[in-house]
Design a protein around this ligand. Structure first.
Ligand code: TPP
Ligand code: SF4
Ligand code: MG
Length: 333
């Protein structure tokens, strides 16, 4: 029983409710219902806190949060070109350093702005050792301009520029292994994360920001419009991306894998594909479709093998899970 000298067990729910929540991205913006990127950005800023400056490349996130004259951002924010967000963030970081300020700098970009058009500036930023966290919101296509394929689009996925039909089964090329390329820069910290695992995501943001030097986060962010899934299934879809092995959750320090989220029950890639119309053609009863799905499964199997993702202990789950998302996030202290 609680007394003046012994207050009894801590009520975690009460403790959380008493703390002020920091919301770096307010509601009321124009993202599609169920947009994984909107949720991802909110979670990143919850973990980062208010003392940040965000440089944001052109893309869906920038467009749906800043319809002139409105802004959904509750932090210092600047829009860059598609190709130069890492250069803009580098300049901000250098200026803050000269001023002796500890404000953290974050660069935000989509996969188009990271894997493809912004890659040169990103590589330079990492090589020059700027103390910036670069977050790639990976929705696996150029969504803002109408779902064109990018270097991140997975093999076999339909986009408007990688259609499915008689002569091809969606995208004919592999998703670029960007994490390995980033790791080759030998930066202090790099990780992958998913909106389906918000607690894991936030701890990776905190870890990145507390590491001196450049850090990189590849954040899987489902797009109901471009992936063709129900807007209520964003979390379920992204959980299957991880549980199938297609999107492994990893942490790397100076190019070496230092952490992985193990998978207890591996789910077939088919279950992931069944929820999304971008893979619908791979579920047809034809030799080409079977071959396409098998190839995707082989990629997932290879990831599981390469990163040793099979768990032998109890189900490794995010400590908060999707409930956190439904409750509208956690508190920031
Ligand atoms: C140099 C340049 N080329 C093309 C565009 C047009 N454009 C604006 S947003 C966009 C797609 C962005 O894709 P991505 O970076 O993946 O972000 P998403 O919209 O998917 O979140 C494109 C092609 C541009 N703004 N600048
Ligand atoms: S198109 Fe996709 S990424 Fe863009 S706002 Fe809609 S759901 Fe989000
Ligand atoms: Mg994109």
């Amino acid at each position: 029983m609680a007394s003046a000298s012994d207050p009894g067990p801590v009520d975690l729910a009460e403790l959380r409710a008493a703390q002020p929540r920091f919301s770096g991205l307010e509601s009321g913006h124009g993202a599609c219902q169920g947009c994984g990127q909107a949720l991802a950005a909110r979670l990143v800023l919850e973990a980062a806190g208010p003392d940040v400056i965000v440089a944001n490349a052109t893309g869906c996130l920038e467009i749906f949060t800043t319809p002139w004259p409105l802004s959904a951002w509750n932090v210092a924010w600047i829009h860059s070109l598609f190709e130069n967000v890492a250069a803009v963030a580098s300049g901000i970081e250098a200026a803050l350093k000269i001023q002796g300020r500890n404000t953290k700098v974050l660069a935000f970009a989509g996969d188009g702005g990271t894997f493809d058009i912004g890659f040169q500036a990103l590589s330079g930023m990492l090589e020059r050792n700027h103390d910036v966290l670069f977050v790639c919101f990976d929705n696996e296509a150029y969504m803002n301009t109408g779902i064109q394929r990018s270097g991140s689009t997975p093999l076999g996925a339909w986009t408007t520029t990688s259609p499915a039909g008689k002569t091809r089964q969606g995208k004919r090329h592999l998703k670029k292994d960007l994490l390995t390329i980033i790791a080759a820069h030998g930066i202090p910290y790099a990780a992958t994360a998913s909106v389906a695992y918000p607690s894991d995501l936030r701890s990776k943001v905190r870890r990145a920001l507390s590491t001196e030097g450049p850090s990189f986060l590849l954040l899987h962010s489902p797009c109901p419009l471009g992936w063709g899934h129900d807007s209520s299934l964003t979390i379920a879809v992204d959980r299957l991306a991880v549980e199938s092995g297609l999107f492994p959750l990893l942490e790397l320090a100076r190019g070496q894998v230092i952490g992985r989220m193990a998978i207890r029950t591996v789910r077939p890639v088919r279950e992931y594909a069944e929820l999304q119309s971008r893979f619908g053609h791979l579920l047809a009863d034809s030799p080409e479709a079977h071959e396409g799905l098998e190839h995707l499964q082989a990629i997932a199997d290879a990831n599981i093998e390469r990163y040793g993702l099979l768990a032998s202990g109890p189900e490794p789950r995010d400590s908060e899970g999707a409930d956190t998302v439904r409750r509208g996030g956690t508190r920031w202290a």
